[in-house]
Design a protein around this ligand. Sequence first.
Ligand code: ATP
Ligand code: MG
Length: 582
Amino acid sequence: MNLPVKRYLALLVTYLKPQWGKTLFMGALLLVNVGLQLLGPQIVRVFIDTIIARGSSATLALYALLLVGVTLVDESVSVATTYLSESVAWTATNQMRTDLVAHCLSLDMGFHKARTAGEMIERIDGDVDALSNFFSQFVLFLLSNVILMVGVLIAVYVADWRAGLVLTVFSLITLLILLRLRRYANPLWVSYRQLVATFYGFLGEHLAATEDMRANEATGYIMRRFYQLLRPLLRGNRRARMATSLSSATTLTIFVLGSALMMGLGAYLWSIGAITLGTVYLFWSYTDLLSQPIQQIRNQLQDLQQAEACIQRIEQLFSTQSAIQESEQSIEPPSGPLTVAFHNVTFGYNAGEPVLHEVSFDIAPGKVLGILGRTGSGKTTLARLLFRLYDTQQGEVYLGGSPVNALALRGLRQRVGIVTQDVQLFNAPVRDNLTFFNRAIDDAQLLQVIDAVGLSAWYQTLPAGLDSMLGADGQGLSAGEAQLLAFARVFLKDPGLVIFDEASSRLDPATERRIERAVSSILANRTGIVIAHRLATIQRADDILILEGGRICEYGPREALAADPHSRFSHLLQVGLEEVRA
Ligand code: ATP
Ligand code: MG
């Protein structure tokens, strides 16, 4: 028990310290709230006793006004506390979300590939959301409720010790029963939440693939899975809700029984002349008041249980270290075109299943290497290693003369440009899509680059120029235009090595020509790796490397290979590149 308390405290301190003033003020308001709640029944009690003693109406009016005043202040304090607790909770949880997002962005691709988008949303938003109560309320509310409960009991003891004793025993037994009741409902909610997470994971994945799904007529299957996932959702929710409402019905019954008990006891004590009628009211009123702290204490303890699971998951996420660590040397890559070298590189996404086997090659600065190979032969994987999205298992990748894992990550990624097979576009203005939200780049430069990649004609059609919005996933853009936009991004980055991982989709000849022209201008005075699916692209390579099953099966100068009638390359040139793609 010692350990979790320490961890909770650490979390609370981290995220509440910046707002300690607000938090303390909230604590003070809660105490005022408790005091006023205890005061109300006392005023009514005196009011009743004054009536019975035939006191003056002026005194009665005074008590009535006092009660109204106390209630008004109490309600205002409640409103202020709610406002403060929400504000404290949101500030704390938003900071936590920000920290988690920043941390996840620093994690390696292996981590992200292993998780669906839905799962990440649930990890970052769902878990943190469940913690908001923990931040805003847990310590203070638990404390104030305990104080309220103890206050009520003491007040009743002061009025009559027998009643105090009975109410204490009643409270303890009720708290125990309620905690036990929650134990039934709780696991049902946990499993319901899991079902929801699975459902969202499914939705996220398939919404992203709507186009393919429709094109391939997979909608029938998707709808069936949808129903399959939806049905247990209903069942799970119904069961959890039933358990919760049964538990609240039981709670209500217990408190009604408690009130009856205290009324009976009060009536008896009054009949023997031990207490006044006002005190009988006080007992009833305090028993009623007690239901609130007892239920809230129960809720807080239950929230803590839920929070524990979330806190564990969040801590786990925070402690996940990126497999790609910044090197201590942090060498900055040189400027100008970069040399590239692979020395006996073996790599696999999963240990023991290599995708690349002992791959070695060199590219001199400013030269272009064309890579060919069947689908799945490891071409994209090779590019990812250069970008250091993964680390090799054996051998070394060199860039600009230094091993990539000795280079500063930022510098490395700045000096290597990549155009991937599927271009990611954001639902944002054209400007941000080009600059990746870097506002330091001015419009004149953007227009120049748009012109350089041959997108001027497309740009003229935009309704609001650089401020025109692009749809997510490149809605409204053809595959060729999306590629050209990606080229423009590379231009802006001005890297020393460019990797083109060509999309295998077919483009119309006019677009192909535009792309070829853009590739040529990007490659001028840069080292290039062209993973080619088109003959025209491969023609500009100085060297050719053919991969097969992750191994190099042919590597040499393009012209020599083309001239050698026995080479794979010359064969490919004759039959066309269709064969490599198959
Ligand atoms: P294509 O021409 O279709 O683009 P490729 O040559 O680029 O193919 P890679 O994407 O490098 O092929 O994939 C090589 C192998 O690695 C394939 O068997 C693939 O299934 C596997 N692979 C690719 N990405 C991952 C990943 N993130 N996790 C596990 N395995 C992967
Ligand atoms: Mg690929």
